[in-house]
Design a protein around this ligand. Structure first.
Ligand code: NA7
Length: 847
């Protein structure tokens, strides 16, 4: 066996160059790297086809880790072409002196885990073998070309090129009859570039694409200087953006805008390039098919404006998939190319290509003759590059077998069963919708920190657990299913461009800020979801999130939301009020206002007397309002056929304990005495609250019992029960999601204002819970107050109180106010509905 290394890196693209630098120069490890190509550059070494260029601006589509590199390299165009990007990567490689770590023209053919020695055995196509403690795959997601489905390529007597392995020497197309097969990002770049060069150009299109103008232009000296001076702020903005570029945030939902407003916004971002048309226009185009259709039709209109022949324009207009459900391409003069007399468009959807013949292309309806055929038919993405490494993990497990039903991974970084193998931008990573160089740096940094930890702790094996992989897979799939992406057909996004390949979520679509936050949390909790020397750390809360809750959290992070505990009082109050934007609107109904005690009474149009819900809003006793509770109260009234009295109470710290409990109990007493005047039934009162309001409701139920006020029920929606509770959930969810222990402690502190803790603040301290109204306690899996609320439910039951406890998995504190974005909040309403119905029945039976 050959040499042994700390790390073997495979690939010399953006990822491989940075990984070698990081592992070798920063961690001081002994690194050997392999690259199949003759030089550095990865994608940009291979894809030398005419017109190849990036479609994220080069100032963003470049490394951010080095101040020096960012300052010294100047891009000549907004979106650099392949030669300039390759020159940049070669320059970086020299600057970091990483070339000497690589063996070029060397392909890894097998990678086998040796369990006894806890190391990898790597064989290469030059017959050499070496071993390594860790393997870091930097082989890229789009590096293996798709094999054409049609036979006969080898029989063609003209020149046949694949865009992904284009010759190094110039290809002269002048005076030639040229065919291009494929109209994805690549095909579009080639077609617009060679349209004026070829004598005849025939484009074989199976599916038209939604291409938008790239907006490329030279970068003048002043702009270059500005870019060099401002890279730090540009990068900070990028890392907080969903796709890793500092583009404008969207203007709210398209469906809430008028057609004129939509037009104005689409016009504004139409030709500014990059992914602005997708991410800076409207927030719902990627989630809602109807909203998506507004942008899709806008693009179709623009295509029809530019292509003179209506039949050709119609062929170029996509109608079978939503915009951005396939990777959106960008163009410069692409559509105008079809106005040239020697450029022809052939629809191979209606008449598929059957074969490449010695003289050209044969479709099911016709034969065509060509001098040159260019295949731009795409890639076998994400999985094939890794499968080609010949990976065998623990107990000889073949990666092919592991992935028989589609790819699995944890974060895209590790695959269970393959210890010490790390993947940069692997399947189910964020890279497909995240500016590649930044996604790459994030992954390399994560892996480097993991390696450093393993080395410091003398950990022999570092691997993702199967459970973590499953949880991650569920999250990826769940988020993807909230988007329009699964409505595409034949997209590499879903693995569907390769016949027979498993349809699955091939990437994480929750956006860069959420992905980064999840990775940070995982590292922070000691690599949760990974097993170090087979001892696994628990899967962190963010990986267990409900997909819609995860997406909402991601968009809050993208908006720069600070942790709640870092906010001052006014900011906390503003955040609480802003939650109204996250609520589904409540139905219209009669609303009465009462001044003393201050309350709003929601009265649905039903025959009375109506059962009554007395509702207390949440907000940690320091924030929240009747306005915050407005939409939920309308919905509760409507769904339960009940009158809802939303009661005001004074807020801390201006009015600390016992102001809030006194106010809420006073409101309850008033309701009992006066509600019949409004059509409510004082014999059927359910007291209910959310969060701090639920604490107040629980206390009000105790005070009602003691004062002889009959209650039909109490509904406690994730109540905080006792500030001194010492529970597992308090520790596990101390850092969130969303609601943290620190903000919880601040709220309790403000509410109590130094007062002694009694049953009027912490209901579990009551001398007896017997005789209380039947209770429904709703708790959330990922909430620090979960366990104290469930313990309280247990204590109520032990005291003989009928109790229903309903725990919702994947949700975090506060979601009751986020019904517009988290569909599963409706399950909470359903649970309340069932309980309130039982309360009504019980009372009727008793009567
Ligand atoms: P894409 O986006 O997968 O596009 C491949 C194109 O090739 C697409 O238009 C396909 O049509 C077409 N194709 C594939 N197979 C056939 C057959 N058998 N017959 C006719 N046409 C076919 O790959 P690209 O290289 O353009 O882009 C890949 C990524 O690189 C891009 O998304 C960026 O991230 C960079 P189909 O749509 O399947 O009908």
């Amino acid at each position: 066996m050959g040499s042994h290394y700390d790390v073997v890196v495979v690939g010399a693209g953006f990822a491989g160059l940075y990984a070698v630098h990081k592992m070798r120069d920063e961690l001081g490890l002994d690194v050997q790297a392999f690259e199949a190509a003759g030089g550095v550059g990865g994608t940009w070494w291979w894809n030398r086809y005419p017109g190849a260029r990036c479609d994220f601006e080069s100032i963003h589509y470049s490394y951010s880790f080095s101040e020096e590199i960012q300052r010294e390299w100047e891009w000549s165009e907004r979106f650099a072409g392949q030669p300039e990007i390759l020159a940049y990567l070669e320059w970086v490689a020299d600057k970091l002196d990483v070339r000497r770590a690589f063996r070029f023209n060397t392909r890894v053919t097998s990678t086998t885990w040796d369990d006894k020695a806890a190391r990898w055995i790597i064989c290469t196509d030059d017959g050499a073998t070496c071993t390594a403690r860790f393997v870091v795959s930097c082989v890229g997601g789009l590096s293996v070309a798709k094999e054409p489905e049609f036979p006969g390529s080898e029989t063609f007597r003209g020149e046949l090129y694949r865009t992904s392995s284009w010759p190094h020497e110039p290809v002269d197309l002048t005076g030639k009859r040229v065919a291009v097969i494929g109209t994805g990002s690549t095909g579009i770049q080639v077609i617009q570039e060679i349209a004026n060069e070829a004598a005849e150009l025939t484009v074989f299109q199976r599916t038209p694409n939604f291409a938008a103008p790239l907006g490329n232009e030279p970068v003048d000296l002043a702009q270059r200087r500005w870019n060099a001076e401002h890279h730090a702020e540009l990068r900070a903005g990028s890392r907080q953006h969903m796709i890793g570029v500092p583009y404008d945030p969207p203007s709210g939902p398209a469906l809430a805008a008028t057609p004129d407003e939509r037009r104005r916004i689409f016009d504004k971002y139409w030709d500014r390039g990059g992914f602005r048309l997708l991410v800076s226009t409207f927030s719902d185009v990627i989630f809602n098919q109807q909203a998506n259709e507004t942008i899709a039709e806008y693009i179709r209109e623009r295509i029809r404006e530019r292509v003179k022949d209506p039949a050709t324009a119609a062929l170029l207009c996509p109608t079978d998939h939503p915009y951005a459900s396939k990777r959106p391409p960008f163009e410069t003069g692409y559509y105008e190319a079809y106005n040239l007399p020697h450029v022809h468009l052939v629809d191979v959807r209606s008449a598929p290509i059957e074969a490449i013949t010695p003289t050209g292309v044969r479709t099911s309806s016709k034969s065509y003759e060509f001098d040159v055929i260019i295949l731009a038919t795409g890639f076998d993405v994400f999985t094939r590059p890794l499968l080609n490494l010949g990976l065998r993990g623990r107990d000889g497990l073949k990666l092919e077998d592991r992935w028989a039903n589609g790819p699995t991974s944890y974060l895209g970084v590790q695959i269970a069963g393959f210890p010490n193998l790390f993947v940069i931008n692997g399947p189910k990573s964020a890279v497909a919708l995240y500016n590649v160089p930044l996604a790459t740096e994030d992954n390399v940094n994560f892996v480097a920190a993991a390696l450093a930890r393993a080395i410091a702790d003398k950990t022999a094996t570092f691997e993702a657990t199967y459970e973590a992989e499953e949880a991650w897979g569920r999250l990826c799939e769940g988020i993807l299913n909230l988007t329009v992406i699964p409505h595409s057909k034949g997209s590499w996004y879903m693995g569907e461009n390769i016949p027979g390949k498993a349809r699955a979520a091939y990437f994480f679509s929750g956006g860069a800020p959420l992905y980064r936050a999840i990775c940070a949390e995982i590292a922070h909790v000691g690599y949760g979801g990974f097993a170090l020397d087979r001892v696994s750390a628990p899967i962190p809360p963010m990986v267990r999130l409900d997909p819609a809750a995860a997406l909402l959290l991601g968009s809050m992070l993208a908006r720069g939301m600070k942790p709640l505990d870092e906010l001052n009082l006014d900011e906390v109050r503003a955040v609480a009020e802003s939650l109204r934007e996250l609520q589904l609107p409540g139905p219209a109904m009669r609303v009465e206002t009462v001044e003393a005690p201050r309350a709003r009474i929601y009265i649905p149009d039903r025959a009375g007397p109506l059962p009554v819900i007395v509702f207390y809003h949440g907000g940690g006793w320091i924030s929240g309002s009747l306005d915050l509770a407005d939409a939920p109260c309308r919905r509760l009234a409507d769904e339960n056929g009940a009158m809802v009295v939303s009661a005001h109470y004074r807020l801390a710290p201006e009015h600390s304990f016992p102001a809030a409990t006194d106010d809420t109990f006073a409101a309850l007493s008033w309701v009992w005495k006066h509600v019949s005047a409004y059509g409510g039934d004082p014999g059927r009162i359910v007291v209910m609250g959310e969060s701090a309001g639920a604490n107040l409701a629980a206390v009000a139920a105790i005070r009602a019992r003691d004062a002889g006020i009959p209650l039909a029920g109490q509904v406690l929606i994730y109540p905080p029960i006792d500030p001194e509770a010492s529970t597992a959930s308090r520790t596990e969810f101390a850092d969130g999601p969303f609601f943290t222990r620190a903000i919880g402690e601040k709220m309790w502190g403000a509410y109590l204002g130094g007062a002694e803790l009694t049953e009027l603040a912490a209901p579990s301290r009551a001398s007896s819970l017997a005789g209380l109204a039947p209770a429904l306690v709703l708790t959330l899996e990922l909430d620090m107050s979960r366990d104290e609320a469930e313990d309280y439910a247990g204590a109520l039951a032990s005291a003989g109180v009928p109790v229903r406890l309903h725990r919702f998995d994947g949700l975090f504190h506060g979601v009751f106010n986020m019904s517009a974005f988290i569909p599963r909040v409706r399950e909470m309403y359903a649970s309340i509905g069932e309980f309130v119905a039982t309360c009504k029945e019980q009372i009727t039976e008793a009567a």
